[in-house]
Design a protein around this ligand. Structure first.
Ligand code: AVJ
Length: 304
């Protein structure tokens, strides 16, 4: 398994200069992401929350009685509360998250609100093989993967990940949030907000490396650069060196010039049809989808 230090060395040495967006999320990065979710330009969070609220009854009915609800990358458990409130006699709720302390704190407050709910937290990187508690003998396993987190995977990775979920949820279903292809100007604004929060979030990758690995560099010497690439239907985020930038990681020196950006994130967008085709290829049967009036965001019910 690779580490932040190894991955950063590889990125700085080139030629790809690409690093996983998972390294955005130390405590400060997570706080910045929560601020992003509140931005006027960042429509996905509030659009998805409205869809979850509007169709909560429908989801509860589809889950059926005695289901085991599994959330991948659970975080603060905000969205899943809308499902938990309406679900009928859940067998158990299984939040999977890589950050142990945060997950356990979120579970404690949920348990206080819902004393009867059986919560079985799993601390794990949900993109890798992980061990889940046994499935219920009566009800089904229902996966929940909101936020268009699937957008961080390139198409081949997304397919492999959905195949993994299809097996894990065999006989059950997956409820997944997917951001939709739209006017590039709207996408551009969502990743280039006026207050500069997304810029700070992007630059936090370097600050995180300074704090965690002792990276020596000047984050102010880099610009946030995000754009929509229409052919691949994805937002790309880069850190763009302004002039020659010198960095040092664990005694190793690197120089980056303006043409050598660090590629920090992709966020793929789908059409309803292209996502359903991907899900179908992964072995799911797409059985329903919901979108807002402007068709900016979608939720999909996929039978496993
Ligand atoms: C958490 C991957 C869904 O791609 O919109 C937000 C992350 N990056 N603004 C997204 C993000 C910049 C977000 N995901």
């Amino acid at each position: 398994m690779s580490s932040f230090a190894e991955d950063l060395h590889t990125a700085l040495a080139g030629p790809d200069r690409t690093i996983s967006p998972k390294y955005f999320y130390d405590a400060q990065g997570s706080a910045l992401f929560e601020q992003i979710c509140e931005l006027p330009e960042y429509y996905p969070t509030r659009t998805e929350l409205a869809l979850l609220r509007r169709h909560a009854g429908d989801f509860a009915e589809r889950m059926g009685r005695g289901a085991q609800l599994i959330e991948y990358g659970a975080g603060a458990l905000v969205k899943v509360r809308l499902l938990l409130e309406r679900a009928e006699q859940l067998h158990s709720f299984v939040p999977v998250d890589i950050s142990g302390p945060h997950l356990l704190a979120a579970c404690e407050s949920l348990q206080r609100e819902q004393p009867a709910l059986r919560i079985l937290p799993v601390v794990a990187d949900f993109t890798r093989m992980h061990v889940l508690p046994d499935p219920p003998s009566e009800g089904r396993r229902i996966g929940f993967f909101p936020g268009s987190s699937i957008g961080n995977f390139d198409p081949a990775e997304a397919l492999a990940f959905l195949r993994l979920l299809r097996e894990e949820l065999d006989g059950g279903a997956l409820l997944i949030g997917v951001d939709l292809i739209k006017d590039p100007a709207l996408l551009h604004a969502a990743y280039n907000d006026a207050q500069g929060v997304t810029a700070r979030f992007n630059l936090n990758l370097l600050r995180h490396a300074q704090r965690a690995l002792g990276l020596e560099c000047d984050p102010n010497g880099f610009d946030h650069y995000a754009f929509y690439e229409p052919r691949r239907h994805r937002i790309e985020m880069h850190l763009l060196p302004r002039g020659e930038q010198h960095l040092q990681l664990q005694g190793q020196r690197y120089t980056l010039v303006p043409g050598e950006s660090l590629h920090t994130e992709n966020s793929y967008k789908y059409s309803v049809e292209s996502f359903q085709a991907l899900a179908h290829e992964a072995g799911f049967r797409p059985s329903a989808h919901w979108t807002d009036e402007r068709r900016w965001f979608s939720l999909h019910w996929l039978e496993a």
